[in-house]
Design a protein around this ligand. Structure first.
Ligand code: F6R
Length: 249
């Protein structure tokens, strides 16, 4: 696991966008795994800017998002589908058919999970998977206690995640869906050739320390990333402040 400590959030965004940009410049039909939440918003902003200045072309790129709330239609303002269009897709030249996000309002949710998993496999896996991290160490919606062997599946959100995500639902936790579809930990580990995990702010400091330096345990789902062959963590100083080993770049 390579850990880069960025001076601030803007640098984190620039560094992560450069990794994506360089890869897409070299492989025009790259497959990207994307995350939602606050952390990658600045990365997407930078990618939009790189697209506008002609440095990156998304016309052959394929994307797979990590997760989606169950029960929300793609057009629901709080759906991750809506989020991705607002913060990235509507501003770049992605082909709509190349965008993949689990369909949260599919009445056959189990089948949706299986189809999603198959789509990633048929795409040949994911070149770069962007991850955020929950304050409780979750990745995707794989909450503490999730099995490391899990594939894309229906998950129950933990109470702390419901509280954390209430900010996207006008601050009312009652409005946050209780279930979601998420790529499983095994899906992420097996399909991603390079994982880029982003963390910003002191509320992530404990999770980052446990992820990188603690034991590998299902209590901290992100700790399994210690076992992946190519992980780049980009954390700003606040998120990195509890790391004990001082050899990070
Ligand atoms: C969202 C996702 C989540 C978030 C995590 C951090 O697609 O997969 O695991 O990455 O909850 O969210 P923020 O960035 O809002 O702190």
């Amino acid at each position: 696991m390579r850990i880069i400590v960025a001076d601030h959030y803007e640098e984190l965004c620039k560094l992560s966008a450069n990794i994506v940009k360089k890869h897409v410049q070299e492989k025009k039909d790259a497959v990207l795994g994307l995350a939602t939440g606050s952390t990658p918003v600045g990365l997407y902003k930078q990618l939009i800017s790189d697209y506008q200045s002609g440095e990156i072309d998304f016309s052959k790129v394929t994307t797979f998002n990590l997760d989606e709330y169950a029960g929300l239609s793609p057009s629901h303002p709080q759906s991750y589908n809506h989020f991705m269009h607002e913060y990235l897709f509507q501003h770049i030249n992605m082909q709509p058919g190349h965008i993949h996000i689990p369909q949260g309002d599919n009445p056959q949710l189990e089948a949706e999970c299986k189809v999603y998993e198959d789509l990633i496999r048929r795409a040949g896996g994911i070149d770069i998977q962007i991850l955020g991290i929950g304050a409780n160490g979750h990745i995707g919606f794989n909450e503490p206690g999730s099995d490391f062997e899990d594939r894309t599946r229906i998950v129950k959100l933990s109470e702390s995640t419901i509280q954390a995500n209430a900010r996207f639902f006008g601050g009312d936790p009652v409005l946050v869906p209780r279930l979601a579809i998420s790529m499983g930990i095994q899906t992420i580990l097996e399909f991603s050739r390079h994982i880029v995990l982003l963390a910003s702010g002191e509320e992530k400091a404990d999770a980052i320390q446990k992820m990188a330096e603690g034991p590998v345990t299902t209590d901290v789902p992100a700790s399994i990333l210690q076992k992946h062959h190519l992980v780049t963590v980009i954390a700003d100083q606040k998120a990195a402040q509890k790391l004990k080993i001082e050899t990070y770049s």
